[in-house]
Design a protein around this ligand. Structure first.
Ligand code: NAD
Ligand code: MN
Length: 353
């Protein structure tokens, strides 16, 4: 099969990991009879600095015909973070109704967790993050700016439709995995949105009698990610809490450089978008040492979503084999001295000979 892929490298190390990882992914797919036809979009902060916009006004129209979108990362030292985020990533996730964000955390063999005593596969869970509303709804305002009376309001929005459409796939995933769903909220403090969220989880749970539901407040969940990560299976969380918890999930399973992510419209009406969990990492931009494996694993999720299971499996197995091999190059975030390019070229030899 052939698939049209919109590739948006974005900013910083996003450009470095995508330019190394995508050509490999494309060749691995081709070798298995799957054609990935990329179109690169040079959208991001450089464009913003020159033209005042992260992407063109008709950006979504231009992306709509693609089968999937691959995003590197956005974020630039000279552009405020809310401009980069609201100028590119959020318009795509919201505009294309990518309401489910799936972020797996898996401790691969050969990777050290900063937590002691965990073997490969013992940390293995997936966060389902609501991806279109909640705390990132972009509702609020500032009054009396700069004065002593200044007030800023930032509202969170939770709708029944969007909440249900996140919770149901999370239950489905739990039913297909270990049968456990952890519902993370802050319903003791946020008595409207989060209590509503708990109600929806309870209602939907009636349809999944085989799934055990655990309720945790987000502060306790943060502690338990460190104390007992092996007990988590599927986690359902709001946009903000899912965002925060998945950086924690990434580091306890070795590095944010290994953490992939899928922003999915499960109805398939619009293209889904795949991206590493990490950002543009100014601190290592230009050093050539960004870990490309989160991007390779994100591409594996993309190919699975496109129905190309064998390519998806090959990519994931290639990454797992490389990590398990002590003599293979690895980037500094996982204890090596290798470069982005060396890691990808080793993977190329493993997967394509
Ligand atoms: P970050 O994820 O960019 O970096 C956090 C830390 O992890 C840094 O020390 C960085 O060097 C390290 N790191 C990240 N990815 C790595 C990789 N592949 N290999 C090795 N080390 C890696 O987060 P930040 O520093 O908070 O944010 C930097 C910029 O990225 C900001 O502008 C922020 O808004 C943006 N950001 C964008 C996204 C996105 O595009 N989806 C996500 C998070 C942050
Ligand atoms: Mn994040």
């Amino acid at each position: 099969m052939a698939h049209d892929i919109a590739v948006i490298p974005g900013d910083g190390i996003g450009r470095e990991v995508v330019s190394e990882a995508f050509p490999l992914v494309r060749d691995v797919a081709e070798a298995r009879g799957t054609t990935l036809a990329p179109t690169e979009f040079d959208w991001g902060s450089e464009r913003y600095l020159e033209e005042g916009e992260m992407m063109p006004e008709d950006g979504l129209d231009r992306l709509e015909a693609y089968d999937s979108i691959l995003l590197g990362a956005v974020g630039h030292p000279d552009v405020p973070d809310h401009v980069t985020l609201h100028g590119l990533r959020l318009p795509i996730t919201k505009g294309f109704d990518q309401h489910v964000c799936r972020r797996p955390s898996y401790l691969f063999e050969g990777v050290d967790s900063p937590l002691r005593g965990y073997d490969a596969g013992e940390i293995d869970f997936v966060v389902y993050r609501q991806n279109t509303e909640g705390e990132y709804a972009h509702v609020g305002g500032r009054e009396h700016e700069g004065s002593d009376n200044e007030v800023a309001v930032q509202s969170a929005v939770f709708t029944r439709e969007a909440t249900e459409r996140l919770v149901r796939p999370a239950f489905e995933a739990a039913a297909a995995r270990e049968g456990k769903l952890t519902n993370v909220t802050k319903s003791n403090a946020q008595a409207y949105g989060m209590v509503f969220w708990d109600d929806v989880v309870e209602e939907v749970s009636a349809d999944y009698p085989g799934v055990e539901v655990e309720r945790l407040l987000v502060d306790a969940a943060s502690m338990d990610f460190v104390r007992r990560p092996e007990e988590f299976d599927v986690i359902a969380a709001s946009n903000l809490f899912g965002d925060v918890l998945t950086d924690l999930g990434a580091i306890i399973s070795g590095s944010i450089g290994l953490a992939p992510s899928a922003n999915v419209d499960p109805t398939g009406t619009y293209p889904s978008m795949f991206e590493p969990v990490h950002g543009s990492a100014f601190d290592i931009t230009g050093d050539g040492v960004a870990n490309p494996l989160a991007t390779v694993l994100s591409c594996s999720m993309m190919l699975r979503n496109l129905g190309e299971e064998d390519v998806a499996d090959a990519l994931r197995e290639g990454v797992a084999a490389q990590l398990a091999d002590e003599s293979a190059p690895r980037t500094p975030d996982i204890g090596g001295e290798g470069t982005t390019e060396e890691v990808v070229s080793d993977l190329r030899t493993r997967l394509l000979g």
